[in-house]
Design a protein around this ligand. Structure first.
Ligand SMILES: Cc1cc2nc3c(=O)[nH]c(=O)nc-3n(C[C@H](O)[C@H](O)[C@H](O)COP(=O)(O)OP(=O)(O)OC[C@H]3O[C@@H](n4cnc5c(N)ncnc54)[C@H](O)[C@@H]3O)c2cc1C
Length: 466
């Protein structure tokens, strides 16, 4: 980066928060997805005023700005594809206030999500969105990706809890959207527009979150099935019985085997699928509901059903699900993690498509996900040094997205578009993509904020990983 521009940056933030060395820049060249892009400079702004001045400078010199939280994105969201500046926003963490009376949390964008969970629960409140990365990802990153997790079915995603924001616009203005009231219908809902915008419409510096009362108790059950279709029927019949579980997580046979191989805990490796059901609410209600779940699973051909008798047994059940990610990384050095999502009733059909794609391209493909909301996580385990196999992976990924869309689903249930799914946006959105582009153009006329993301390059219709 030109010396004169660096000098101007040094007039805005102190030198110790400006990272110019190759080794530092390299640390910001990747996220939890695929591909490496080296930024020209990394800045660690500590206030909204600093961010505003830096963005104004970036506009003056047309320098790309890449906002970054903890870099756990699985779609390439914070990667500096055109070089320029990376803003490390994980340093914005001076504020975390839980307002018990109004049932809200006010947090700086760099606060780690699990800290909000913990502080809210200390006063009997609950912030439901629970991405499995919550111990490392920032609330800012969660918000811009509209993250969620197993509790999405009952409690919704991050967007359901964001009621106000402080944002630096792509032109460097500081604005506030929404506020501290749960009801707010004044004007266009800019809060919702910014949530899930993957850092293309503004840099979020502070968030106001709605909290709810913490459920009094929970019950957890593990059911295994020798036929995948039976597990799907059990899930549908639980919902049809008027029960809304807090979570219904499933793992396929390949995941069960991987977990058992990684850390044996007695999971049946011959099972085609397992489903973890978790019910929360009033202690008397959950006893009755979990019992109904057991009966429904048994009626639908479950080969085993175990209800956790205490916290230790509950943790053991969840350990299987939490071990999937580390376990499958043992199957190969490169993990391509997708989150194609289909209407719940289409899960069995989508599973058939996924296994057909696996066999057609001869790849290691495992599937786990959120059975309640149709959010599947097909993971292809491969080796990026094997160019021939990577070519097959590229074709398989395209077919996964095409299948999800054909079944009435979507490219992403929670991991966002970033770089990796941009080529397929038109396939899902058609003309609405043009409207989205015009919103971006109106907000960011110089296209400096997170350029190269979400919108496909001209003629780009397939992901290229090699
Ligand atoms: C092991 C693992 C498990 C995961 N599990 C889940 C899961 O269960 N559910 C789920 O939804 N996701 C999951 N993810 C994906 C990822 O953790 C989420 O997308 C998370 O919300 C990203 O947060 P982050 O702080 O790491 O943001 P980053 O990855 O740094 O950035 C994400 C996006 O937000 C933008 N951004 C970040 N902060 C700001 C800001 N303050 N202002 C403007 N733009 C900003 C970036 O430019 C980028 O586009 C997982 C990832 C890993 C590695």
């Amino acid at each position: 980066m030109e010396k004169s521009i660096v000098k101007k940056i040094e007039e805005i933030i102190p030198k110790e928060r400006i990272l110019k060395e190759l080794s530092d820049r390299y640390s910001y060249s990747y996220d939890a997805s695929f591909g490496e892009y080296l930024p020209d400079i990394v800045l660690q702004p500590a206030s909204v005023e600093e961010i505003s001045l830096l963005v104004k400078l970036a506009n003056e010199y047309r320098i790309p700005v890449y906002p970054r939280g903890s870099g756990t994105s699985l779609s390439g969201g914070p990667l500096p594809v055109y070089g320029g500046m990376v803003f490390d926003l994980s340093q914005l963490k001076e504020k975390l206030v839980i307002d018990k009376e109004n049932m809200i949390a006010v947090a700086s964008a760099g606060i780690i999500t699990s800290e909000i969970h913990k502080k809210a629960e200390e006063v009997g409140l609950f912030y439901p969105p629970d991405p499995s990365s919550s111990n490392v990802s920032t609330i800012g990153g969660n918000l811009l990706e509209n993250s969620s997790g197993p509790k999405g079915l009952k409690y919704g995603t991050t967007k359901e809890y964001v009621i106000g924001l402080e944002v630096v616009t792509p032109l460097g203005e500081i604005i506030r959207t929404g506020g501290k009231t749960v009801k707010n219908v004044t004007g266009f809902d800019l809060t919702r527009l910014i949530v899930g915008s993957e850092g293309l419409l503004g840099i979020v510096t502070e968030v106001i979150l709605r909290l709810i009362p913490k459920p009094q108790a929970k019950k957890t059950m593990l059911a295994t099935f020798s036929k995948f279709i039976d597990s799907g029927n059990a899930v549908t019949n639980v919902l049809a019985a008027g029960i809304l579980p807090a979570a219904m997580e499933f793992m396929d046979n390949a995941c069960i085997r991987a977990v058992e191989h990684y850390k044996p805990s007695g999971l049946p490796v011959e099972a085609d699928a397992l489903v973890i059901f978790e019910i929360d609410g009033h202690p008397l209600a959950i006893e009755e509901e979990i019992e109904k779940c057991r009966v429904i699973c048994n009626k639908n051909g479950a080969t085993s059903v175990k209800i956790a008798a205490n916290d230790k047994e509950r943790d053991e059940i969840w350990a299987a699900r939490k071990m999937v990610s580390p376990a499958i990384t043992q199957l190969g050095p490169t993990k391509i993690s997708e989150d194609a999502t289909v209407p719940r009733s289409k899960i069995p059909e989508m599973m058939e498509c996924l296994y057909a794609i696996r066999d057609k391209y001869n790849l290691t493909l495992v599937v786990f996900g959120h059975a309640g909301d149709g959010n599947l996580h097909p993971n292809i385990i491969t080796d990026k040094r094997d160019i021939e196999e990577m070519k097959r992976v590229e074709l398989a990924v395209s077919e996964i997205f095409e299948s999800a869309i054909k079944l009435g689903g979507t490219l992403s249930g929670e991991h966002g578009i970033g770089i990796l799914k941009a080529p397929y946006m038109e396939l899902e959105l058609g003309h609405s993509l043009e409207l989205m582009k015009s919103i971006k153009q109106a907000w960011d006329p110089n296209n400096i904020l997170n350029p190269g993301k979400m919108f496909p390059q001209p003629g780009q219709t397939k992901v290229v990983l090699t």
